[in-house]
Design a protein. Structure first.
Length: 110
């Protein structure tokens, strides 16, 4: 037998957009949170660690696509040439945030 309670949709724990007599259980909340976290982790990067800067051969973090071709830059060289590249580029893929994400994943040094 399933017990149903009537709850106000404005009450914490009630399911938004659901029937007024439905309350979200702890298990459902955990599953919904897990789903949100797993979706957030599925980021697709265009540039791989094997892609290299066209000026210094460091790991490329920015891809600049222009009419005549594409260029790859490390964060330093993109920042140095950003104004000139804005004229050339019709699309810029900036993945410099990967550096911060990778630093956050590393354990602190002992």
């Amino acid at each position: 037998m399933v017990e149903r309670r009537t709850v106000n949709s404005n009450v914490p724990g009630s399911r938004p957009g659901g029937p007024a007599n439905y309350k979200t259980t702890t298990r459902e909340s955990i599953i919904m949170n897990m789903t949100i976290e797993s979706v957030a982790e599925e980021v697709q990067y265009v540039l791989s660690p094997l892609d290299r800067c066209d000026q210094c051969y460091a790991e490329a973090l920015v891809l600049v696509k222009g009419v005549t071709g594409q260029l790859m830059f490390c964060g330093h060289h993109y920042a140095k040439n950003e104004k000139a590249l804005s004229v050339f580029a019709y699309e810029t893929i900036d993945e410099r945030h990967k550096i911060k994400e990778n630093k956050a994943k590393k354990p602190p040094h002992a």
